[in-house]
Write a protein that binds this ligand. Structure first.
Ligand code: KIV
Ligand code: ZN
Length: 522
């Protein structure tokens, strides 16, 4: 057994299909603005992702626009759009992908008895007809067509094989068998791919793909098992973001293939040193925190606290580390510039951290850095990352926090005087509340009236020390739609105001998106 991940380049190639912008964004609370999606798409492209699923063009004008824009901007990866088995969906998808250098239409239909009977209310014969017609229509518009058997792992094997054969005959170049509800197990999923590949006569004409959800915590294990069973495409997301319990996490798949190359002899095109950066960006734009003990990208993933472990590590890092932090882009916490540092040094530092900001964004971030350096003795890399992520997320917001004054203490009522910029108008309100945070949120409600309810309020420190920046997450829900906002500042109350306002801005974006009509049926 090898002890560390050296990223061996031999072995069969596995294609990485990232669906952070589609399945990931479907995750309750995780909405992204167009600018945020573009930011993520550019980083995925840099990371070496083979296919970026940019969205579901028929879902709303906003989704359509973001797929168009991602297709226009992405330089290397193939850009995919999702479409149900309907002419309208497929045509809209093809239209959104028109400017892509390489375009893929990903069309799907449910094939399991429970989905066909209750969701589609269709007979299997009709589903089979739609497989042929939808793939054929997509193939007339692009050369690269993926077909997915939704709820594939709960589909009767004979019917699944007939659908796969039909899809390939109609022109599908990739066949995806998703574990839509996270139901399968590694052994079963591996065998499923072996069986389908053996029984379908034209199976050699397509690449098989895994797409696993994590309802039983098996998404990564199942994906790797599918690869052992012959799949050569893995559908995954950064941080495992996705519907319900999420999708398979890309960082875990990539590092498992690298670290256990001895028993999983496959390679990907992913530059693993960018995984941490990608994780942080996706966490920032979705405001979904990464759990501390998350594999590969959690803040404790390379931390050793017990005396025995620390002693072992000092003697030889291989004692407790199966991969190096550097291999996934974790750099040692380092002190960055102080308040006398110039703009040039600031830009260089950001480049080192993986950010390439435009002139205006750079100037705004620099102003905030100067302000931070005035208020905080030590500014670390993590402080800069929090600050810049905050800047990226809020750059195109309708509502911005301009000023805040809070009266708090043992004798209430606590009050907050808040000034917001709402679409260029400066507005101020003073409110009281049951504590300073409540007073701030009441002031926001008075200035920007809304019906959303507060579901979560969470504070954590970005770095150590009493002058650490606070990072606050706020989740709001309105009409069944939930969004999460995040704000960072050395002052917890300012961070709270920013987080609430960030959630409101996301809610405004989400209000503009409605599900396409008859979403349940084809
Ligand atoms: O989980 C699923 O089945 C999907 C399909 C649309 C591929 O996301
Ligand atoms: Zn899915």
């Amino acid at each position: 057994m090898t002890h560390t991940a050296h990223g061996s380049q031999d072995g069969e190639r596995v294609v990485i299909f990232d669906t952070t912008l589609r399945d990931g964004e479907q995750s309750p609370g995780a909405s992204m603005t167009l600018e945020e999606k573009l930011e993520v798409a550019e980083l995925l492209d840099q990371l070496g992702v083979d296919i970026i699923e940019a969205g579901f063009p028929i879902a709303s004008p906003g989704d359509f626009e973001s797929v168009c824009e991602v297709a226009r901007r992405v330089k290397n990866a193939t850009v995919a759009g999702l479409a149900r088995a309907s002419e309208k969906d497929i045509d809209r998808c093809a239209e959104a992908l028109r400017e892509a250098k390489r375009a893929r239409i990903h069309t799907f239909i449910s094939t399991s008895p429970v989905h066909m009977k209750y969701k589609l209310q269709m007979e299997p014969a009709r589903v089979l007809e739609l497989v042929a017609s939808s793939v054929g229509r997509a193939r007339n518009q692009v050369a690269d067509v993926e077909w997915s058997a939704e709820d594939g792992t709960r589909t009767e094997i004979d019917f699944l094989c007939r659908c796969v054969e039909t899809a390939i005959k109609a022109g599908a170049t990739t066949i995806n068998i998703p574990d839509t509800v996270g139901y399968t197990t590694p052994q079963e999923y591996e065998q499923l791919f072996r069986t389908v590949r053996e029984r379908v006569p034209n199976s050699d004409k397509a690449i098989f793909s895994v797409h696993c959800h994590d309802d039983l915590g098996l998404a990564v294990a199942n994906s790797l098992a599918g690869v052992r069973g012959g799949a050569r495409q893995v559908e995954c997301t950064i941080n495992g973001l996705g519907e319900r319990a999420g999708n398979a996490a890309m960082e875990e798949i990539v590092m498992a293939l690298k670290t256990r190359h001895d028993i999983l002899p496959y390679r990907t095109n992913i530059d693993a040193a960018l995984l941490t950066r990608a994780s942080k960006l996706v966490s920032a734009v979705t405001s979904f925190p990464v759990q501390y003990n998350k594999a590969i990208v959690g803040r404790n993933a390379f931390a050793h606290e017990s005396g025995i472990h620390q002693d072992g590590m000092l003697k030889n890092a291989h004692t407790y580390e199966i991969m190096t932090p550097e291999s996934v882009g974790v750099t040692k916490t380092s002190l960055v510039m102080g308040k006398h540092s110039g703009r040039h040094a600031f830009r260089e530092k950001l480049k080192e951290l993986g950010y390439d900001l435009g002139e205006n964004a750079l100037q705004d971030a620099f102003n905030r850095f100067k302000d931070l350096a005035d208020r905080k003795k030590f500014v670390y890399d993590e402080d800069l990352v929090a600050l810049v992520d905050d800047e990226i997320v809020s750059a195109h917001d309708h509502i911005k926090v301009l000023a805040l004054m809070v009266m708090a203490g043992t004798h209430g009522p606590q009050s907050a005087a808040l000034t917001l910029d709402i679409d260029g108008d400066k507005v101020t309100h003073q409110a009281t509340g049951n504590g300073p945070v409540d007073a701030i949120f009441n002031a926001i409600k008075a200035l920007a009236p809304h019906e959303a309810t507060l579901e979560l309020y969470q504070v954590h420190a970005v770095t150590e020390g009493i002058d650490a920046q606070a990072e606050v997450s706020v989740r709001l829900t309105e009409d069944g739609k939930s969004v999460t906002g995040r704000g960072a500042d050395p002052d917890t109350l300012v961070a709270s105001a920013r987080a609430y306002v960030s959630a409101l801005n996301k809610l405004m974006v989400k209000r503009g998106r409605s599900k396409p009509e008859a979403m349940q049926a084809v």
